[in-house]
Write a protein that binds this ligand. Structure first.
Ligand code: GLY
Length: 579
């Protein structure tokens, strides 16, 4: 009963609640959304949260309504998703938050990516024959990076919160949800069965997520008492409760019992850092996105720079011509990713060159709009002369025009499937995002170079791309997505769908997406494109592979004094909620 009343209280009083459903545009004034729109975003005028899980969105909007800013709300949502979307929301993983403050105009990137334990070595994921051993990098204690989320959320709040909310206040709703339980519905019911294979090795995980050896059935309750206690400790004592003492010791014990090398010193030494955002310009808009150790922002800007020289609008949304141009622009960017990107604290990443218009011009000149370039014919370029599906994303905008874009992850769905006994914390397997060996593929088929090899204390290369697009210096769009290697291409297409093809946000998020990551040499296409289009792409030499591209680009757009929210309907339970 208490659960019901708590959940009911969360939803009570929202002026505008959109759960992917159409919202009636205002009657007076110029139309916010074209009258003939096929899909409608959620509309609101004050604040909005668009996330992958409804309860978490509601918690964030409640913070906004009580006077919190976008960062306060983003922190509350971050902790809530650790309870309500345990396959990706987390305490035991890491990620990136991009923050824009309206008052100062600054946009900063908070890097709370996991780090490699101090005892890590460049060869730790190789077998006796010197070949990559995916079992070690994805499925053993060695795969667990030192978690960054708790420090990241605390840093975001300390530096950029409104000052009206304490960390304790923002964690409180999550403690309640973990302790009282949430119904197994939507995403949980769909995703848990797939995780049973990995979880079934760990009684600590099965005790929480299974009953009688099977995934908790739809309609039952997921109660996470240990996680509630962990959250309560953080609530009372701050992030040190997670990184020092009992909880840290229990996490380290779980990692070491499964073959890992993490120590309590690794936990105690973890630091989240603030970095300057990567910036770019596209057709009169400016954008800020995530810098290394994510590759997301660099390559988003690089691909947009290449595309700027093509008239996508004239080619038409979803046409073979525009999809071919998108694919050809993605290929050289992903080739560069494999060569140049890594932890900026360890290697020099040529960000300026990779994101320069002059470099993009050279890469664009090699693109043939009538014929696909084979992956083997593309080599990483030379940016130096120009130098001067498991993750989750949410977007938040408040009434002052502050914005937060947050993407965080455990890497695989439910990470390694291992709950550190006594903590309720699911552990990541993020170490697989390092390059086990130059040229070896990770779980997403991405290849890397020595720039992304394993080193003590290094951060593995990511593709996470939380992004804010600006018009006239003010936030215009807040976006990003999960999807491993497809994060960059997904974020890209949401942006081009709005800027080039004039789609409203709901249409931009829902439109069928494509993905090409250079290697393997395959153009992945979502259902929804016509057979004729696919045939035309194949005739241009694209190696078309129909299949899931997916993602969950939970986004917000600011236009004409209104906020448009679109939660991605590719996943169950997503919700854009405004007021
Ligand atoms: N684990 C996926 C990424 O960080 O890109």
């Amino acid at each position: 009963m208490r659960v019901k009343s708590f959940l009911a209280a969360l939803f009570a009083g929202f002026g505008v609640i959109g759960l992917g459903a159409a919202q009636t545009p205002p009657l007076a004034g110029p139309p916010i959304i074209a009258q003939n729109a096929r899909l409608l975003p959620v509309l609101a005028q004050n604040g909005m949260v668009s996330s992958q899980e409804r309860l978490a969105s509601a918690i964030g909007v409640d913070v906004l309504k009580r006077g919190g800013n976008a960062v306060d709300a983003a922190v509350a949502v971050g902790f809530a998703l650790a309870v309500t979307l345990p396959r990706a929301g987390n305490l035991g993983g890491g990620g990136f938050m991009l923050v824009h403050l309206a008052k100062t105009g600054e946009t900063v990137a908070i890097d709370y990516r996991e780090i490699a334990p101090a005892a890590s070595t460049p060869t730790m994921f190789l077998n006796a024959a010197g070949e990559p051993d995916p079992q070690k990098s994805r499925d053993s204690g060695l795969s667990v990076g030192v978690p960054g989320t708790v420090r990241g959320m605390a840093l975001a709040l300390e530096k950029y919160g409104s000052g009206k909310f304490t960390l304790a206040q923002l964690i409180e709703p999550s403690v309640k949800l973990a302790r009282e339980g949430i119904p197994v519905a939507e995403d949980l019911a769909d995703s848990l069965p797939g995780a049973m294979g990995r979880m079934s090795r760990f009684p600590s995980s099965m005790a929480i997520f299974a009953k009688d050896g099977k995934a908790l059935p739809r309609g039952s309750m997921l109660v996470q008492a240990d996680l509630a206690n962990t959250l309560e400790s953080i609530r009372q004592q701050g992030p040190d409760a997670f990184y020092k003492g009992r909880i840290a010791e229990q996490i380290v014990a779980a990692v070491r019992e499964t073959g890992g090398i993490m120590t309590v010193e690794d936990m105690a030494n973890y630091k989240a850092v603030i970095r300057p955002a990567v910036t770019g310009r596209y057709r009169g808009y400016t954008l800020a996105s995530m810098p290394p150790p994510s590759s997301g922002g660099v390559h988003l800007v690089q691909i947009l720079n290449i595309l700027e020289g093509f008239d996508l609008k004239a080619m038409g949304a979803g046409s073979a011509a525009s999809l071919h141009a998108l694919a050809e622009a993605m290929k050289p960017a992903y080739a560069d990713r494999a060569t140049f990107l890594g932890d900026p604290d360890r290697v020099k990443v040529p960000v300026k060159g990779l994101t320069s218009k002059a470099y993009a011009e050279k890469q664009r000149a090699k693109i043939d709009l009538s014929k696909a370039t084979k992956a083997d014919d593309i080599k990483a370029g030379d940016p130096l002369p120009h130098e001067s599906d498991q993750t989750t994303h949410y977007s938040v905008v408040d009434s002052e025009g502050n914005a937060a874009a947050n993407t965080y992850t455990l890497n695989f769905s439910y990470g390694m499937g291992l709950v550190a006994a006594g903590t309720g914390v699911l552990l990541n397997n993020e170490m697989d995002d390092f390059s086990a060996k130059p040229g070896a593929q990770n779980a997403y088929g991405l290849v890397g170079s020595d720039a992304n090899s394993v080193h003590p204390g290094a951060r593995p290369l990511s593709s996470m791309t939380p992004t804010i697009v600006f018009r006239d210096g003010k936030p215009f769009m807040v976006t990003g997505s999960p999807g491993g290697s497809r994060i960059i291409s997904t974020t890209l297409q949401v942006i081009t769908n709005v800027i080039d093809f004039d789609m409203n946000l709901a249409e931009a998020v829902a439109a069928p997406r494509i993905h090409h990551q250079w290697k393997p040499d395959a153009l992945l296409v979502e259902p929804g494109l016509s057979p004729d289009t696919l045939k035309l792409l194949a005739e241009r030499g694209q190696n078309v592979r129909p299949g899931a591209v997916s993602g969950s680009a939970n986004s917000i757009l600011l236009q004409g004094g209104w906020l448009q929210g679109a939660a991605d309907t590719r996943q169950r339970g997503t919700a854009a909620i405004g007021y």
